[in-house]
Design a protein around this ligand. Sequence first.
Ligand code: FPP
Length: 281
Amino acid sequence: MIASDLLKPANREEADLLDKIALNQLPQHLAIIMDGNGRWAQRRHLPRIAGHRAGVKAARVIIETCARLTLPCLTLYAFSLENWRRPQAEVDFLMRLLREYLKRELPSIHKNNIRLLIIGRSEQLPDPVRKDIEAGMRLTAKNTGMKLVVALNYGGRAELVDAFNAMLDQVRANGMSAFRADEQTISEHLYTAGLPDPDLLIRTSGEMRVSNFLLWQIAYAELYVTETLWPDFSRARLLEALADFQKRERRYGGLGAARGRGRAAVASAAAHKSNDTSGRG
Ligand code: FPP
């Protein structure tokens, strides 16, 4: 199967990019920091909320494209713990927008066999948002296609704090005085337990930082930062990022050639990284 069988290119640019993409070398988990909605609106002399509306449209296209390409997992950073610092009206709008999005898109998410998952401190979200999310997760719980993970009220450090506290609770409850944590135990207590670590992290709108996103999980992710503002992040821009990812040599602290040895070898190299003291990867 070739990529253009799964995704009908809308123009020459998409067709050329699709030709460059090997379906067997797609990321297992793509994570995206969707940034730049506000600047997109500002450049058009529009209110910030217009940027967020345009951002939802971009998200829809990217979700559909990833699902068609059969990516196993896509995580979108939709609302951080720090985002509560924005003006109340903008926060309220973002919450409304998310509910609107779920209401409109859930049927097609479900029809396309996509499973919706939420990561973050969802218990602190307004009740109606939490209920809609829970309903969406219940509806799609048995779907076996792409996992669409939405990070909502999410912070990477908070996730680690929650994981450590969950481990401590277990240790106390079961009197496990000899307990010692290792990388696997920590991974299993994160919100992302059971998901592969992202192998590609895209950030739009040019900022060179990870903004407290999936701090543990992106240890070996390839980073791709583009100047494109999120609402302009089209299918072609995503394909460009995927083609770029496929050119990278992933070394996991070793000396290379992991790619030639295939995915299993790469995964095993990553799993054994805890024993690696040779370099930083
Ligand atoms: C960043 O733009 C974006 C956000 C705060 C997240 C909101 C994301 C969406 C509305 C996309 C929709 C997502 C889903 C899952 C439907 P910004 O306001 O920080 O931009 P700026 O840095 O230019 O001000």
